[in-house]
Design a protein around this ligand. Structure first.
Ligand code: GUN
Length: 312
């Protein structure tokens, strides 16, 4: 009887709103952080080394400040040691490179990040390339990006890691599925397209990577069994772009002032949630989706660095 109902619902999905399930980033990141906390406890009990993450923050950009403070706070929560190195926005590139050299040589620090963006007078490329690949827990160094492409052990950067892990923990089938990625950034779109296509689980999807020069975008997104949106445009994806039953992952996060909210603002993603969600089988909310997974990913990479599991 249940099967008959579900067949009827599938046949008439255009008439009935399909019920969707949220991909709950809060729940999954909480699970990952709890697993890390347990492992750190066990390492310490056995007399092993406490993982140590360092972060460099340049300038006083409020968003960067919030992110870095949250990263450091999470270190305490999972039992890591942490070091925050702050510089004024006028720090020279040479000074920053000197600090990076110091962190590369400091045996107690397992991994570190340089929060981006950096002020215009500093070359992000030079800074990223100066970080020791062994300590590059952001996974931004070209060697780690290359290892990702070759399906070798590497530090997977936080957002792609978060997307892959949430799909994995919800047992979303990816093999043989059409996956469409919107956005080709170095940090999200490009690496997640590689991860979804590679021979693994999640993976083995047929991936189409769309960008600003893509033609007939709607025709392509409507083919997606899995749609990953990292385009950086608020509420860009509308219901007419999405197939019934699709899995939608929204990486965007945009803040708008809203006097009706207690906080004075509301957050929205790259997907018009209210109209898209009823068409989906699964969808990530904003907030509470991919964003929360990124901190868990950084903690996971720091633990891997401490255990020396990527570069043996
Ligand atoms: N700026 C925005 N996202 C990130 C991130 O994941 N790592 C660093 N270092 N900077 C960022």
């Amino acid at each position: 009887m249940r099967d008959e109902i579900s067949v009827l619902c599938t046949q008439h999905s255009k008439l009935f709103n399909m019920s969707y399930q949220l991909l709950d980033g809060k729940k999954i990141s909480g699970q990952i952080l709890a697993e890390i906390t347990e492992e750190v406890k066990s390492i310490k009990q056995k007399g092993g080394k406490q993982p140590h993450l360092a972060a460099i923050l340049v300038g006083a950009d409020p968003a960067s400040e919030t992110y870095v403070v949250s990263k450091v706070r999470h270190c305490e929560k999972v039992g890591f040691n942490s070091t925050l190195v702050r510089y004024n926005a006028d720090v020279t590139e040479a000074e920053l490179l000197k600090k990076i050299q110091e962190l590369n040589e400091n045996k107690d620090i397992d991994g570190y990040i340089v929060q981006l963006p950096l002020p215009k007078h500093i070359s992000e490329r030079k800074i990223i390339e100066a970080v020791s690949p062994q300590k590059d827990v952001d996974g931004f160094h070209p060697l780690n990006v290359g290892r990702l492409t070759l399906n070798l052990p590497t530090y997977i950067s936080a957002t792609p890691y978060g997307i892959i892990e949430i799909l994995k923990r919800y047992n979303i089938p990816t093999e043989g599925k059409n996956c469409v990625v919107l956005g080709r950034s170095n940090i999200v779109g490009s690496p997640v397209s590689i991860l979804m296509a590679r021979n693994g689980n999640p993976g083995n999807a047929t991936v189409t990577l769309c960008h600003s020069k893509t033609k007939n975008l709607k025709e392509i997104t409507k083919q997606a069994d899995i749609l990953i949106v990292a385009i950086g445009k608020p509420e860009f994806v509308t219901a007419d772009m999405v197939k019934e039953g699709a899995v939608v992952v929204d990486v965007g996060i945009h803040r708008f002032t809203d006097s009706s909210k207690k906080s004075g603002y509301r957050l929205t993603g790259d997907v018009k949630f209210d109209e898209v969600a009823p068409k989906c089988s699964f969808i990530t909310p904003v907030p509470g989706g991919v964003g929360l997974m990124t901190i868990a990913a950084l903690m996971k990479n720091t633990l891997l660095a401490c255990k020396g599991e990527i570069y043996k």
